[in-house]
Every structure is written in structure tokens, then in C-alpha cells.
Write a protein that binds this ligand. Structure first.
Ligand code: NAD
Ligand SMILES: O=C(O)C1=N[C@H](C(=O)O)CCC1
Length: 265
């Protein structure tokens, strides 16, 4: 069956890659794109978009009404991604959201909405298979080594911190680790935030530098030993097999799935 897809954010780093991937897949059809600037023209007439005879919409409601897609792939920014996800569920369109910056409360609210609408939805903080493995391996390691710090590194255009991947990693670890304050019980920060963000006692450090793409280290410490797990995305094509998998999975899912870890053994 042909899956009709719309992409929000087609001029972005990720959106461009997603458009190319969808064009290459025989079972995927790019039905339209949603962009905040160009409206009512074809992609090939818009600057910074692929040369395709595919309509551009500014208004996502109008787009979903007129095009009636199966799936929305959202690769925008935190505020827009949350709004698009809600709107997709309202229209009966299955969202695959790679956009990051979702809080625990956001996820809870959207889980209820997807349940109420009885429709599939996926929020994937990281589409790269290696990063998904890193998250799963971190959960496994945390069963045996419960002192852990996460260092995530991204390009300096990133809006959200900590990264969605770091948040999901900490949440997966917390499923097998009791809350525990780490470091010296009397430690003090002479400079604010020196010890990073805190989630159930784990510490999370966010680096933002030009030249970076997406990188994460999870460091475990034990008596006389450390274990470091690391993943690097060196370009945005690294995310595309995961986007493809998410589109296929969301078609067979009911309710919201947060993270692609549950699809990988
Ligand atoms: N899940 C993953 O594996 C993964 C990988 C990379 C990036 N991301 C996330 O994906 C998102 C996009 O990343 P990027 O590097 O492509 O960013 P980007 O800034 O290059 O692209 C974002 C695009 O969204 C567009 N946009 C903003 N508001 C819009 C609106 N209302 N309607 C339509 N388009 C709108 C912008 O014009 C821009 O072209 C970020 O949240 C990032 O954290 C996730
Ligand atoms: O480029 C980004 O922004 C990325 N964000 C994701 C995150 O927040 O975890 C992961 C991949 C790249």
C-alpha cells in the first residue's frame, strides 16, 4: 500500500533529508509539505526546496483537509512540533515527530489524546539506530552501575536542552535505577550549573558548538572502573533509516509510542 506523507519543515536540515528519502521509497508518496514561508506554490518554485511538483502549504489544517495524508513527518521546532502533533491527531493523521523539546507533561498529554483518538503516533527523540542502541545499552548497564552522567553534544543552532536523546536516555535508565543523589553529599557549585542538569540524581551536560552534529556519551562509574558508551551522528542521513521505520510502524500502531527503542530487540 502506498503511504501518503506530508513533511513539515522541508527546508530544514532534517526536512530536506526526509523529503529525499520519501522520494526514493517506492511505497512512500510525498503528497505536500508544510512551510512557514512559501504558501500555495509548488516545491520546485520555492527557494531552498527540492525541485518537485509537490504543493506547499502554510496552513497545516488546510493541508490535511485538502491532501488527506496518512502520515505527518514533523521536523520543525519544539513549539511548532507540539502544535502539529495535536492537529494531526485531531485530523486523524498519524504523526511521526522527530522534533525534540517535549517535556514529560507534553508526552503525558499527547499520549492521552492519541489514546482518545485511537490513532497511532510516534515521537522519536533520535532516529539513528546507533543512538537507539546506545539508549538501550545504557539501560542495561545502569542495572549494574547506577552512578551515571550523560554528556550530549550538538551543533549551536539547536534550540532545546537537554537534547531529546539525553532526556529519553535518563528516563530509560530511571526505569531500572532507584533515585540517587550522585557526587559528594556536600558538593557545592561555585559557578551556577557547573554540575549540569539533574534528573533523579543523574547529571546531564549539554555542549553546543559549531561543527558538531549530534553526539552522546553515557559514562558509568563504579569502584575502580568506568564504562563509557558513545554514539556519534556525523550527518543527517544517519537518521533516515529510522524515519522510514517510524513511518512504517506508525501505520500499524494505535496510541502514542515515545522512542523507537521498543522496535529494536
Ligand atoms: N529525532 C531525531 O533523530 C532528530 C534528528 C535531528 C534533529 N532533530 C530535531 O528535529 C528538529 C528540526 O531539526 P533541524 O536540524 O532540521 O532544524 P532546522 O532549523 O534546520 O529546520 C527546521 C525547519 O522548520 C521550519 N519551521 C519552523 N516553524 C515552522 C512552521 N510553523 N511550519 C513549517 N515549518 C516550520 C523552519 O523554517 C526550518 O526550515 C529539531 O527539533 C531537532 O532537535 C531530531
Ligand atoms: O540536531 C538536533 O537538534 C538533534 N536533536 C536530537 C535530540 O535532541 O536528541 C537528536 C539528533 C539531532
Amino acid at each position: 500500500m502506498m503511504i501518503k506523507i506530508i513533511v513539515a519543515g522541508p527546508r530544514g536540515n532534517m526536512g530536506k533529508e526526509a523529503v529525499s528519502m520519501i522520494e526514493r521509497e517506492a511505497d512512500f508518496e510525498l503528497s505536500a509539505v508544510v512551510d512557514r514561508k512559501y504558501d500555495g506554490i509548488m516545491m520546485k518554485e520555492a527557494e531552498g526546496m527540492a525541485s518537485l511538483q509537490v504543493p506547499v502549504y502554510k496552513d497545516i489544517d488546510k493541508c490535511m483537509k485538502e491532501v488527506n495524508p496518512d502520515v505527518l513527518v514533523d521536523l520543525t521546532n519544539p513549539e511548532t512540533g507540539k502544535m502539529h502533533l495535536r492537529k494531526a491527531l485531531e485530523h486523524g493523521v498519524r504523526p511521526v515527530v522527530g522534533t525534540t523539546g517535549f517535556t514529560d507533561d507534553d508526552i503525558r498529554g499527547l499520549t492521552s489524546l492519541a489514546e482518545e483518538k485511537q490513532i497511532g503516533a510516534i515521537i522519536a527523540p533520535n532516529f539513528a539506530i546507533g543512538a537507539i542502541l546506545l539508549m538501550k545499552l545504557s539501560k542495561m548497564a545502569a542495572k549494574h552501575m547506577d552512578d551515571v552522567e550523560i554528556i550530549e553534544q550538538h551543533h549551536d543552532k539547536k534550540l532545546d536542552a537537554p537534547s531529546g536523546t539525553a532526556m529519553k536516555t535518563a528516563q530509560l535508565i530511571s526505569e531500572v535505577r532507584d533515585e540517587k543523589k550522585q557526587g559528594h553529599p556536600q558538593e557545592e557549585e561555585a559557578w551556577a550549573h557547573a554540575r549540569g542538569a539533574e534528573y533523579e540524581g543523574m547529571r546531564i551536560h549539554s555542549v553546543r558548538l559549531p561543527g558538531k552534529v549530534a553526539h552522546q556519551e553515557v559514562i558509568f562509574g563504579g569502584e575502580g572502573q568506568t564504562l563509557t558508551l558513545r554514539h556519534d551522528s556525523l550527518n543527517r542521513t544517519s537518521f533516515m533509516p529510522g524515519v522510514k521505520m517510524a513511518v512504517e510502524k506508525v501505520m500499524k500502531t494505535t496510541g502514542l509510542v515515545y522512542g523507537l527503542d521498543q522496535y529494536i530487540d
